[in-house]
Design a protein around this ligand. Structure first.
Ligand SMILES: Cc1ncc(COP(=O)(O)O)c(C=O)c1O
Length: 401
């Protein structure tokens, strides 16, 4: 997604009407220095010190034993599914209210997504629906769990921690252990968040991060696989480097992928990681200011944090009750757009996506409601107090009308 402001428009606008983008990268550390180092030394491709350093930094932040850098978060998900043993024609339980990447990655592995609705409080995967489905919608056959309706094997569970807040993992982990299913976390939107004191990315068996332009830290495009299983990290490294078995003879025993991150991108990632705690603090401050500025308006539900969670407030989002607020989410989006402020609804729920079909129909009321009513607000790490105040004022204006 291109969330970059149009700089020509920015220059020609007076300060009070300048474009406020939804979420743009913050580049103010050692990025130039480290990238220049790659160019000066010719270490520009998919091996190099910065790749190793970036993996180490991620490993530490996510409190995992192993990290493997990839070209993007989607490829990380693809490889994680393969490493976790997901096979063609399996089904994978996955969040219904998410960016489309995890559902697509499941298809790349030849498997089928089985969408699980969101819950109302924190807008994450409804783990109760997932557990109920595993308990009641499935049956054991020959040491595997099968969907009673489709007769497909259940291959894995893939919760997506959306918007910077974790999924309630405990019931899901317990059910997964009971049914011997691997848990693959999509932690692409939640670097730095934690669940019951444990970092996202370290909760399941394997996890994925993304560093595209709107994520907490960016490498332009990039991703990471984290796991505490040495054999799985080795397999991930092998599959992301074309499954090369012999450096000299170029022997390959499997179909691999060219999914490794370059040293240049990793250089940028290292510089970004040096400031990640500052970025998280900035996201917290932005969330606080929205809470202070918007909590008195009728019909708005502000993003919440569960008592068992530490959110990073990656993408600040509000839910709008049209009758009480006075206008709906799309009207508010238009009002803000007219005032040069970029906002975005949540994603079309996966069960409505023409790109994905599934035969098991569960209830998706919460995802549908959030799709209609939610709107993400400007929340770049570099968002100034005065720009944020302009967003808050315009939301008040829209409500007053
Ligand atoms: C929930 C989620 N999963 C996966 C991805 C895919 O990451 P990437 O764009 O790096 O492929 C993204 C972001 O783009 C995402 O928001």
């Amino acid at each position: 997604m291109n969330t970059q402001p149009d700089s020509s428009a920015q220059n020609s606008c007076p300060e009070e009407n300048k474009h406020i983008p939804l979420c743009v990268p913050e580049i103010r550390g050692n990025e130039w220095k480290y990238v220049k180092d790659c160019l000066d030394t010719s270490w520009v491709s998919s091996v190099g010190d910065y790749v190793n350093r970036f993996e180490d930094m991620l490993k530490q932040k996510a409190e995992c034993d192993h990290a493997v850098a990839t070209v993007n978060g989607t490829s990380a998900l693809h490889i994680a599914l393969l490493v976790a043993g997901v096979r063609p024609d399996d089904e994978v339980l996955v969040s219904n209210l998410t960016f489309i990447a995890p559902a697509n990655a499941i298809r790349y592995a030849g498997a089928w997504p089985l969408f699980i609705d969101a819950e109302e409080q924190f807008w994450q995967m409804d783990v109760q629906q997932a557990v109920d489905f595993l308990e009641q919608g499935c049956e054991w056959k020959d040491g595997n769990l099968y969907n009673k309706v489709t007769d497909r094997r259940i291959g894995a569970v893939l919760p997506v921690h959306i918007l910077g807040h974790p999924v309630e993992m405990q019931p899901l982990l317990e059910a997964a252990r009971k049914f011997e299913l691997p848990v693959i976390e999509d932690a692409t939107e939640s670097l730095g968040a934690s669940y019951q004191g444990k970092m996202t990315g370290s909760l399941g068996d394997i996890a994925c991060f993304s560093f595209n332009g709107n994520k907490l830290i960016t490498t332009g495009g990039g991703g990471m696989i984290t796991t505490s299983r040495e054999d799985w990290s080795g397999k991930a490294r092998y599959l992301t480097t074309q499954a090369k078995d012999d450096e000299v003879e170029y022997c390959h025993h499997e179909i691999g992928y060219n999914y490794r991150l370059t040293n240049v991108q990793a250089a940028m990632g290292c510089a970004q990681m040096e400031l990640v705690d500052e970025y998280i603090l900035a996201k917290h401050r932005i969330a606080e200011r929205y809470r202070d500025g918007l909590s008195d308006l009728p019909g708005l539900t502000l993003m919440r944090q569960a008592e068992w969670a530490q959110s990073v407030w990656w993408m600040y989002t509000i839910q709008i009750d049209e009758r009480q607020f006075g206008c709906g989410s799309r009207d508010l989006l238009k009002h803000l757009q007219q005032n040069n402020i970029q906002t975005r609804p949540l994603w079309q729920p996966m069960h409505l996506s023409p790109a994905h079909t599934q035969t098991s129909r569960l209830k998706y009321d919460v995802s549908e409601k959030l799709y209609r009513e939610a709107l993400s607000l400007p929340c770049s790490v570099g968002l100034s107090e005065s720009d944020q105040q302009r967003v808050i004022n315009e939301i008040h204006q829209a409500c007053a009308r």
